[in-house]
Design a protein. Structure first.
Length: 93
């Protein structure tokens, strides 16, 4: 099935999508190694509720995440806790 996807960028914890959507992928940039993971929550306003996806960011560099199939369904929106990452771009739709 063909359909449009969108992207959203953040360099700090933020609500990036405020409605039902599907997380399709991520691009995570880490300047220095850290221990706090990037966590994406099914929430339109806070880092709480159901954690949909978590990725460790212990290696410096740029990391691409492709989520297979139709992606991960978020009923309430997407809130990204950037952890130790310098920036996170999500692909959703």
């Amino acid at each position: 099935m063909q359909y449009d996807v969108k992207s959203a960028y953040t360099a700090a914890d933020a609500a990036l999508v405020t409605a039902r959507t599907r997380l399709k992928g991520m691009y995570v940039v880490v300047g220095t190694a850290g221990t706090l993971p990037v966590v994406v929550y099914d929430n339109a306003s806070a880092a709480s509720g159901t954690a949909l996806f978590k990725i460790g960011t212990t290696a410096a560099g740029a990391h691409t995440v492709v989520i297979p199939g139709e992606g991960i369904l978020a009923l309430n929106g997407l809130y990204v806790d950037t952890g130790d990452a310098d920036s996170v771009t999500i692909i959703y739709g």
